[in-house]
Design a protein around this ligand. Sequence first.
Ligand code: CU
Length: 498
Amino acid sequence: MTSIIIFLIIALIMVVVVQIGKIADIKGVLDNEGEVHMSGNDRQGVYFMIFLVGFMIFCVASAYYYRNWMLGYGPHDSASEHGVILDQLFNTTLIFTGIVFVLTHIALFWFCQKYKYKKGRKALFLSHNNTLELFWTAIPAAVMCFLVVKGLTAWNAVMADTTEEYMEIEAMGQQFNWMIRYPGGDNLLGERNYKLIDANDPFGQEWNDVKNLDDFHPSEIVLPVNQTIRVRITAKDVLHNFDLPHFRVKMDAIPGLPTYFVFKPTITTEEYREKLRPVPEYQALADPTDPESPMLWEAFNYELACAELCGYGHYSMRRVVRIVTQEEYDAWEKEQESWYNQTVKGTDQDPHKAKSEEEMRLQKISMQKEAFQNSFSSVEAGQTIRLDNVKFLTGSANLEPDSKYELDNLIEILTATYPNMKVELAGHTDNQGNPASNQALSQSRALAVKDYLITNGGIAANRLKAAGYGDTKPATSNDTAEGRQENRRTECIIISNK
Ligand SMILES: [Cu+2]
């Protein structure tokens, strides 16, 4: 509503101005102008000249005033290798267009002043002039050719896909943020498929592809200095534009058509701040309302922007980019947790779920081994070590498959650590059922363990004694289920260690 009113006011003012002009014309005719008209022309000729001088001074002064804020000049020299080429290209273009700009403006206003109406002066009628035609065609053509060739050369140099070793990251634009993906330890980005995109898998990464398992999605973009970076640029919804102004990197992010940009940052964030430090413009407070806030140069950060007007939240696509030394980068990378580990591992989406369970089982077994070895750290005759992980199938003397890990650990103790140790293998049951059959079961279980050690470990039979105690030596009360569980056990009692 407000804008309509403003528009109407402007339109009305224009109508009024035109009407006043008409009145002035009519008045001139009525007054039979002559002298009046002439002095008006002189005055306007002077105005033109004043405007010309003022305008030129304004152009030069404003460029001078803002020089330390402009990219491509002084403290804002390019922070990437290829950016230097682009800056040169811009400067060359600026020199040519600058000359044309100054000359045409001088000519325009000077001519208005010089050829203002004069009584009796007639315009020169020039139908054709070959020399002039040649000049104003040939000179712009030559300049254009020069600029285009230079531009193409620069484009080819900047856009040549690198053969050098590079680190590839992916930037995916979406309304309204940049999703960033790093390759992780293997330095390779995993495969992705847009059909897999959902809340848990924003890039649509194929979890079957092991290259994906270490890819991580950091909240901050950190890159090592002097390292070639290839950015794979994609978009999820509409057109975005990946813009790193300080590195002169700018490339459209197009849904369905991956693009890329290769660049090498040459100045770390810290070094860039040091460059800004002596510049007077950056000595001010970053937040003028807060006297505690850092100086502008201290608060400087490289940034990633979206340079395509992609919707209402377009501005919020800004992300901070930090350029650091290789050591700092390595430390940072180590801290990053892969998206797979964070979000996918062990869920229904995880094709490696089964495998991870196996890994976890092996991890558990290796922890058991450590604990078991520790229980043998000091050995005296008579000492009893419970074989907690030796288990039998219910009511039988058949070992459960996983018992072998503990028995293998025991074999290692008896061969490598204490090759002379003699032990008793003692079987115990709870007090349920018939004492005689409990005794027989515990005896055959102890024998089963002894057999295993002889058969699989080559332990001499005379170092091993198997004894069944049935329910006669409970470790705890048989009144509860937990107590009875505790009492069903196999023990290794040290007889001697000589
Ligand atoms: Cu955008």
